[in-house]
Ligand binder design. Structure first.
Ligand code: GLN
Length: 368
């Protein structure tokens, strides 16, 4: 029987030169981009080098493609959130987690403090309020036990045990008043059921875990690979919860940019204020882009540009048919030109005075 060409394509290995060529072209295209600002509301984060820029891809077969400063260490920040969500689901089950944290995009910024949903739950586990709630669900008898369980879980998805950047942790802990206020608000609504300072310490430590783009791409590849780390071939996340995590990443992972991201890039993803973005091409590979300057929504500027270009012609978007039929990496170098800029949706369209224009109405006495 002759093999169907589509099946042949499915089993084909990605061509190393093509993939590396595409990544190098994207790196060169955006290396000199100087838009965005380093997040400095966590003082320690302000010390990073804005020039750092790296892209790593890890496939479900464990193959690695990377360019730029891929050895550079940075703190994971919110890139940790999908993984602690998975741990909370494994520890407490779907029902318990969903009763306390929703799965609706909030349309608000990541640190929005004002809005809980109609049942006083955080909207989703990707915004800070929801992530703090989810972190409070990690089981363990003592603070140390809970911390170890979290680090072990992240370690299984990375392939080695991570460390914590103590300076970033202390910086977050001493300045994280907004997160503290949020934690107290959800404590008030019975979402948190443990000592609130202990929960916050664990959350700040979670955000201060040190990673590289390769670590993060491996973590994303673990999600792409149904929960099995492609490097260690060890199960890191229960198969059952991969769907939950990827769905929430798809709808909420990029905060108040999640809709536009789903439209232009079309991949489950997560960003963090330290400048990382991870995305998952289910069944194929994970990617991480790192570049510290972020936009007003807290998403890496270069990161977004790289993903938009990558997704434009490669068939990476989950709703593109190529994705169903073959190896996306074989189309990766069809990134000929930069993606056209989207309209700036942060500004109102037109001038409000337009709507104050007077209408010439017919004289009612002449109407019959
Ligand atoms: N540690 C950060 C905070 O809680 C994480 C936010 C983020 O990466 N978007 O504010």
């Amino acid at each position: 029987m002759t093999q169907h060409p589509r099946n042949a394509q499915l089993s084909s290995e990605p061509d190393r030169d093509r993939v590396m060529g595409a990544l190098e072209a994207l790196h060169a295209r955006y290396r000199d981009c100087n838009e965005g600002r380093i997040a400095d509301y966590i003082p320690e984060l302000a010390k990073v080098d804005p020039e750092s820029f790296a892209i790593s891809i890890v496939t479900v077969d464990g193959e690695v493609f990377e360019v730029g400063d891929h050895e550079k260490k940075f703190t994971i920040q919110s890139l940790s959130k999908p993984f602690t969500h998975a741990l909370a689901l494994a520890d407490r089950g779907r029902e318990y987690v969903m009763q306390r944290v929703g799965v609706e995009p909030s349309g608000d910024s990541f640190d929005s403090i004002i809005r809980l949903d109609a049942n006083n739950r955080p909207h989703n586990p990707m915004v800070n309020a929801g992530a703090i709630a989810v972190t409070s669900m990690i089981e363990g008898d003592t603070s140390e036990h809970r911390l170890n369980r979290m680090l072990e879980m992240l370690g299984r998805t990375i392939g080695s045990m991570p460390t914590i950047d103590q300076a970033v942790f202390e910086s977050e802990r001493t300045t994280g008043h907004r997160n503290r206020a949020m934690a107290h608000l959800i404590l008030n609504f019975g979402i948190i059921e443990r000592d609130v300072e202990d929960v916050l310490d664990l959350y700040f430590k979670q955000c201060s875990v040190v990673v590289t783009t390769r670590d993060m791409a491996t973590m994303a590849a673990t999600l792409a690979n149904g929960g099995i780390n492609p490097k260690t071939i060890e199960r890191a996340i229960e198969r059952e919860y991969i769907r939950d995590v990827l769905t929430v990443m798809h709808t909420c992972g990029m905060y108040n940019y999640a809709g536009e991201w789903a439209y232009t890039v079309g991949l489950p993803a997560k960003s963090g204020v330290s400048g990382g973005i991870i995305a998952v091409v289910p069944g194929q590979f994970g990617i991480c882009v790192y570049s510290p300057p972020v936009d007003e929504r807290g998403n890496s500027v270069r990161g977004i540009k790289v993903f938009e270009d990558l997704s434009r012609n490669s068939g990476m978007h989950v709703f593109e048919t190529w994705h169903q039929t073959g190896q996306v990496l074989n189309h990766i170098d069809e990134v000929k030109d930069p993606s056209p800029a989207l309209p700036d949706t942060t500004q109102p369209v037109g001038d409000a005075t337009v709507h104050k224009r007077e209408f010439e109405l017919e004289d009612p006495s002449e109407m019959n």
